[in-house]
Design a protein around this ligand. Structure first.
Ligand code: AMP
Length: 215
């Protein structure tokens, strides 16, 4: 089964994709993670993408399309994949259609996780993660049990994404509204869009997704 996850920053799509990856063996393909790794490595892609990412802007389509087409051409996932953060523009969705056809693949469901803007901003602006194991935390909504110590691996080092601050998140939400939300119509027309409220507890969102996948 192959899925696309749509949803603004802070909607919880990354968290939900991670849970599905563990539960159902679907491979999470996150363009945001790939780009952050490229920035970390200092590759040409990373150097080109970094400025856009830090300003909360979308990286140019051509860079992302090249990146994901290489990933899909090599993908031999037994249980399928979840595209997390791609496509984000109509041009990317059209390019994806071509890549799927070329690789004899198709998308079963497009999961669109929605939430109110103020909730999205509050979630994103306060989030951080353990530098060692990647466990996610939040200044307000999910503090570690012992302050400054990771619940999962007891590390004392944490990191925050450079673009997870109140100013940049507003820019990212604007990009989402302008460039990515038209994709819901694109997939409604194909009859594969499933809209889910991301204002609920993590388990409830996961249960709503599971209902579609198991239907
Ligand atoms: P994310 O981790 O999905 O929130 O992505 C972080 C940043 O990476 C975004 O704000 C964009 O700058 C860039 N990015 C990730 N995926 C895409 C994409 N499909 N198209 C353009 N830019 C992207």
């Amino acid at each position: 089964m192959n899925l696309i996850f749509l949803g603004a920053p802070g909607s919880g799509k990354g968290t939900q994709a991670e849970i599905l990856e563990k539960k159902r063996g679907l491979k999470k393909l996150s363009t945001g993670d790939m780009l952050r790794a490229a920035v970390q490595e200092g590759s040409i892609l990373g150097i080109r993408a970094q400025g856009y990412m830090e300003q909360g802007k979308l990286v140019p389509d051509a860079l992302i399309i090249d990146l994901i087409s290489a990933v899909l051409a090599e993908s031999d996932e037994e249980n399928g994949f979840i595209l997390d953060g791609f496509p984000r523009t109509v041009a990317q969705a059209e390019a994806l259609d071509g890549m799927l056809e070329m690789n004899n693949l198709s998308i079963d469901h497009v999961i669109d996780i929605t939430a109110d803007e103020e909730i999205l901003v509050a979630r994103v602006a306060g989030r951080y993660s353990c530098s060692k194991c990647g466990s996610g935390y939040h200044d307000e909504f999910k503090k570690p049990a012992v302050e400054g110590v990771c619940d999962s691996c007891e590390s004392r080092e944490f990191t925050r994404r450079k673009d997870d601050n109140a100013k940049t998140v507003r820019a990212r939400l604007q990009e989402y509204d302008k460039q990515t939300s038209p994709l819901t119509d694109y997939y409604i027309k194909r009859g594969i869009l499933r809209r889910i409220s991301g204002m609920q507890e993590i388990d409830k969102v996961q249960a709503d997704i599971a209902r579609y996948l198991d239907a």
